[in-house]
Every structure is written in C-alpha cells, then in structure tokens.
Design a protein around this ligand. Structure first.
Ligand code: NAD
Length: 262
C-alpha cells in the first residue's frame, strides 16, 4: 500500500485500460487497494491487464467495451456495479489518433471515427457513470492532450485535436454541473508518452503537403529528452482520482516535461 491508503476498497473503471496510460493507471489504482474494471475494445488486452493485477494480489475484472457504443458502455458499467456494488472513480481515457490527413482530404467517416471514440466515448462513459458516482461522490479523470490545447502542429490531426479541445470544455461543464454531487472532474493533457497509440494512427501520404517543419536545436522534451512513460502519467491520474486532490475540480493538468513551453 502506498500513500493513498484512503483509496482502498474504492471502485474504479478505466477505459482503454488494456494498454499504455490506461494500463499503467489501472495497475497503479490496484496497488492502492482499489478494485478496478479494466475496459477496452480489445477484450483480450483488458483481460491480460486484469489478470496481471489479480496475480499481484489486487482485485480486477475486465470488460470488452467499445466506448463509442452506448449499449456496451452501459452494460460494462452495470457489470462493474453488479460485481462490487459501487463506483467511485471513472478514468475516461480510451482514445485513438485516427486518420491523419489534410482537412480537404479527410472523409466524414474518418472524422467521425475519431470523434466517436474520443469525444462520444468520453460523453457516454461519463453520462452512464453519473447515476452511480453521485451516490457518494467521486472523481472523473479525462485524458485530453497537449494537442488541441497548447499545440497545433500535429499536422493532419484536425479531428484528434478537436476532440482533445472539446474534452477540456466538456470537463469544465461537467465539473460545475456535478459539483453538487461531490463529483470532481479533471483532465490530464499528456505530451508525447511511450505507448501503443501508433497502432491506432493512420498517417496518409498527403499530410506531407500541409506540414510546416518545426525543428528545435535540442529536440523537444526539455526535461528528460525523451517521451514520458505511462507510469509517470499514472501517478498524476492516481492523485486526481484520490482524496489527496479533494479541492481540485475543473482543471486541466499538463504532463509533458515542459515540451509545450518551447
Ligand atoms: P494506447 O493505444 O497504448 O492505449 C489506448 C487503448 O484504448 C488501447 O488498448 C485501445 O485498444 C483502446 N481503445 C481504442 N479505441 C477504443 C474504444 N473505442 N473503446 C475502448 N477502448 C478503445 O494509447 P495511449 O497513448 O495509452 O492512449 C490513451 C489516451 O492518451 C488517449 O486518449 C490518447 O489520445 C491520450 N494521449 C496519448 C498521448 C501519447 O503520446 N501516447 C499523448 C496525449 C494524449
């Protein structure tokens, strides 16, 4: 047990929990004694993470959920409630980079695919968690990004950046609306983090046509000169999920090793 002993016994849902930031956060939650439902569209991934947690003495279940599908989201949350009877923390983290293309070449289907997972997925998981979170209060953490908030040179990422900016606006609306239920809502904005997100990135050749070169002499991660690790992000997520951040709501926090200040 670590410094967050008050978290023991609390129940958390982590979307996109099968990989990267979600996986590291699910493991961090479980280490503090929280019960974790690992949700991922790739069910085998979420089961692997849940098994890893159980093998280390933690409590976890897995659920194959596409966050853009309202029925699946509702069912996944209900399964969690059936198993543990409560919900205290939602980490709305599932996301894809989607198709990277110039706006004039991006199809509506490609645009919608990114919006559905990143933005609709955030809305749906928050919406369907509220009835349970409001019983005793809780914490919602949403994974946004530096893209769409502090940086706009992710060429071809118009859809992605739009979802990441919208998530921050949504987080602030939700923080005000849900404060009456003692539900805190915050967002994290990571810079480059070493994960598997490349598997959900489809870069088209045409992106080259709109790219403006941005070259810094010493690279672009001033603090560590390399991308962050998912475990470093998980430390922030754990803090925001826990009672140690009891007066923080409606805030986006950058976790990028000062990358976006250049
Ligand atoms: P990742 O690909 O390693 O993990 C994301 C997980 O989400 C995967 O297991 C994937 O299967 C799952 N997923 C994808 N679509 C889903 C859906 N529709 N329903 C349920 N699960 C789905 O990537 P990651 O980097 O850990 O990404 C997590 C979040 O962090 C995303 O929201 C991403 O936009 C954000 N982010 C990542 C970085 C980075 O550099 N890696 C930077 C800023 C923000």
């Amino acid at each position: 047990m670590g410094i967050y002993q008050t978290e023991a016994g609390r129940v958390a849902i982590v979307t996109g929990g099968g990989s990267g930031i979600g996986r590291a956060s699910a493991i961090a939650f479980a280490k503090e004694g929280m019960k974790v439902c690992v949700m991922d569209v790739k069910e085998e991934r979420s089961e692997e993470v849940a098994e890893e947690i159980r093998n280390s003495g933690g409590e976890a279940m897995s659920s194959g959920v596409d966050v853009s599908n309202p029925q699946e989201v509702q069912q996944g949350i209900e399964q969690t409630i059936q198993k543990w009877g409560r919900l205290d923390v939602l980490f709305a983290n599932a996301g894809i980079n989607g198709t990277l293309a110039p706006i004039e070449k991006l199809s509506l289907e490609q645009w919608n695919a990114t919006i559905s997972t990143n933005l609709n997925g955030t809305f749906l998981t928050v919406k369907h968690s509220i009835p349970y979170l409001k019983k005793e209060g809780g914490s919602i953490v949403i994974t946004s990004s530096i893209n769409g908030n502090r940086t706009f040179h992710g060429f071809g990422m118009a859809a992605y950046s739009s979802t990441k900016a919208a998530q921050v606006a949504f987080m602030k609306m939700a923080a005000l609306e849900l404060a009456r239920y003692k539900i805190r809502v915050n967002a994290i904005c990571p810079g480059a983090i070493q994960t598997n997100i490349g598997q959900n990135t489809h870069t088209t050749e045409e992106v080259k046509e709109i790219t403006i070169p941005v070259n810094y002499p010493e690279g672009h991660q001033p603090l560590e000169h390399k991308p962050g690790e998912p475990e470093q992000v998980a430390d922030l997520v754990l803090f925001l999920a826990s009672e140690r951040s009891s007066h923080i709501s409606g805030t986006e926090i950058y976790i990028d090793g000062a990358e976006t200040l250049l």
